[in-house]
Design a protein around this ligand. Structure first.
Ligand SMILES: [Zn+2]
Length: 192
């Protein structure tokens, strides 16, 4: 899949027509990936990164918007990176891996790496907690460029993510969407 430049230092590697999420490379401070797509897309993701001049071991951070199988890919292929998700998402995964990941084939991969809890900021990206689609979903925000990475919380057509999945919290979705609306983003980079 050909990488597409979004703004300076931000590229989109499309998840294509399947279930796989989009992956975003943000190199404002250091090479950081937002989500990894589906496991079966890993080869094409690594190929796309090569086209941009990055080797898989150049990736310093991988930030998961949430831990659904179509976003977590194969983290073991990015062995030099640190992996991050929200504290809420990590603790839900520890309690109920199948409910959080949805597809069991990614569980052992996810358990093979250390998931670190996100703080307020990572590699120039502000972390915005947006529970709803899952209990620990986050969006990421590049304030200067006004670019919002919205995971499965909101999509380009204004449609919001499903809230009927095992770890969804439908009651919190409205407040999360309001938080995003107030950002007045210029560019929306959704998970699909
Ligand atoms: Zn999802």
């Amino acid at each position: 899949m050909k990488p597409e430049k979004i703004v300076s230092e931000v590229w989109k590697i499309s998840g294509g027509s399947g279930l796989s999420s989009n992956v975003y490379l943000v190199d404002v401070i250091e090479p950081t990936l937002i989500d990894l797509g589906s496991p079966e897309n890993t080869k094409s993701l690594i190929k796309s990164l090569k086209e941009l001049g990055y080797d898989s071991k150049d990736i310093v951070n991988v930030v998961f918007t949430h831990l659904h199988f179509d976003h977590v890919g194969r983290p073991s292929k990015f062995g030099s990176a640190s992996f991050f998700a929200s504290e809420e998402e990590i603790s839900a995964f520890d309690k109920n891996p199948s409910g959080v990941a949805i597809a069991d084939e990614v569980i052992s991969e996810l358990k093979s790496v250390k998931l670190k809890p996100l703080g307020d900021e990572i590699a120039g990206l502000k972390v915005i907690k947006t529970p709803g689609h899952t209990v620990g979903s986050v969006c990421l925000w590049l304030p200067e460029q006004k670019v919002l990475f919205s995971g499965d919380t909101i999509f380009s057509d204004g449609v919001y993510g499903r809230v009927d999945l095992p770890t969804s919290v439908p009651d919190k979705m409205r407040i999360s969407l309001e938080k995003l609306r107030l950002l007045k983003y210029k560019v929306l980079c959704p998970g699909h």
